[in-house]
Design a protein around this ligand. Sequence first.
Ligand SMILES: [Zn+2]
Length: 287
Amino acid sequence: MPGFYRFWVGDFEVTALLDGYTTLPTGFINGYDETLARSASSRAYKPFSPVGIPVPINGYVVNTGRQLVLIDAGSPKAAGAGMGNLTSNLKAAGIDPDAIDVVLFTHLHIDHVGELSDAAGNRTFTNATLMTAEAEWEFTHDDAVYRALPENFRPYVDISRQIVAPYASERQVFTGEVDVVPGITSIPLPGHTPGHTGFALHSNNESLLIWGDIVHLSGLQFAYPDWGVVFDADPELAKRTRRAMFDRASTDRMAVAGMHIDFPGIGYIERTQQAFRYVSAPWQTAR
Ligand SMILES: [Zn+2]
């Protein structure tokens, strides 16, 4: 069944693409407490398993009218069963991979670089320029960082490096808060990785912040924003960034979208007495 959903942000046509899902073992959650997790899941109307939590994976295509921009590319099929469907869902949505002008990355973890290229080094998006924060590119390709990783995490970095390599010579990097393409602004959200970046879409007085991996576990982290994942490069900074983002999104009633929020992953954040709560965006009719 194709997994795509089309909506509008001002005059920008946005297509949410479902890549699939993975299951995060509960042992990979920093701060985890089973009793609290069970009650938070219940309050969020989510099923609960003490073994692992399903984590959906999304990407987004933005047609700005001038450019076709893919934001994150999902997972490679090799990452596991249930993943690696973003490119087929892109095609199902009527978008030719050759028509993509820019692939913007929130960060370069394996579940975001997708099937950007095949094992032989052929590019899936033949006409696209790869864009990341400069810090993200450096972090992914830093051998000292690589050597400091637990041995079982290194193969994930190997795959990311291999998948982005065919785009390396023509890549573009950015730093800080800048217009990466007309109508899309980079918002540094460091912690999960040093170059982790959100992208704010602005068109015709409407906006949407695509916040990448501020949240991996939507049934748990809105209730317990201090819980993180073992893949957070700087757990303390990831926590602070998440809390600051929740504060801002709830205060400003911002529309946000996340790569690991239940498809299509678009919604709003409300403050509760103890923490926060996620509210899905209403369905949009076609234009
Ligand atoms: Zn991720």
